[in-house]
Design a protein around this ligand. Sequence first.
Ligand SMILES: *Cc1c(COP(=O)(O)O)cnc(C)c1O
Length: 425
Amino acid sequence: MSEQKINTKCVQAGYTPKNGEPRQIPIIQSTTFKYDTSEDMGKLFDLEESGYFYSRLQNPTCDMVAAKITALEGGSAGMLTSSGQAANFFALFNICETGSHIVSSSSIYGGTFNLISVTMAKMGIDVTFVSPDCTKEELDAAFQDNTRAVFGETIANPALTVLDIEKFARAAHDHGVPLIVDNTFPTPVNCRPIEWGADIVTHSTTKYMDGHGACIGGAVVDSGKFDWMAHAGKYPGLTTPDESYHGIIYAEKFGKEGAFITKATSQLMRDFGCVQSPQSAFILNLGLESLHVRMQRHVENGQAVAEFLSGRDEVVSVSYPGLKTDRYYETAKKYLPNGGCGVVSFELKGGRKAAESFMKKLKLAAIETHVADARTCCLNPATSTHRQMTDEQLAAAGIPAGLVRMSCGLEDKEDLIADLKQALG
Ligand SMILES: *Cc1c(COP(=O)(O)O)cnc(C)c1O
């Protein structure tokens, strides 16, 4: 059979029941797994054979769902994590250590910005932030001898900038390091960064993949394309013996396709334990089964809302990569030909007061910090997440006081627009 289409993978990838087995993926709610002899178990601990022994490292339900996400992204191996934060931390820390340096797009999720610039800095890992719109020359200038990874988001949360993945991949590869792309907002239904040169893809599955606001989760997918051995000096964790696993050399034993995820599982999961529960993985998989259908509607609603808002006098500006007037329209056309996501941001005339009164009047759209689920929600950073900042500080950070971020859900777009109309009027 030829390679399946993405729609089919959403429904069926990751688990194929044998004769008489359950149709839906089984929830293996067990911390441990039983073996007949110590020798059998010893082989697992030596990474001589693959199998399960303790759910802090691996669990069959989680692995089935990870296999689906890996198939969706076109990767060689993948893993689930307890959250998107854990996924990005694992992806970076798997190849960085004290003394390493990261080049990152400055337009990324606030949680990831803190993770890299504050928490990882305490571990002795430095970062240089670059604008996603920088030239190749500016990007090249950000690299140092100790640079070990490049990081960016396909569509940034909440700025809605679109990453020129090929430009970032080329710069990363010219300097012998991998590109890690957080693909949370478009999901693999709308963009597959590996096809454009990304080496590792991460997700907050909490967003569209779950899609119902039910479970926190994350995922890391490896393309299997980065040649760690060709850059062995930079990645001793993958290319020299791991003393905590009897001297195994991951890149030698598991090859380009398996080394990254095997190391992240056997070292980082073992030591940090950021596992997703099998129950959460089961619920995540229910979301994945309809991801391709839902993303289409999120995009349709986002586009309709963005177009409606663009024509209103009360609105100063609208950011949505699907709008012809958007700064990222051309980049989005290339990387997101079927649309990006359902998140739209716009600035209201009248600053935080106008935003506050507008949001109070909304009936369908709830005020939440969440994005990317079935129910439309919105947020005014000035009165919530960025409440401690003055209007001047907000303006300097590129977040006007009247900015509203709206995550368009799966409702009828006519109802959403009617809600906006009455709240603006
Ligand atoms: C939400 C989000 C994260 C963090 O994910 P959690 O599941 O909340 O830990 C990381 N990256 C992006 C782009 C996000 O939107």
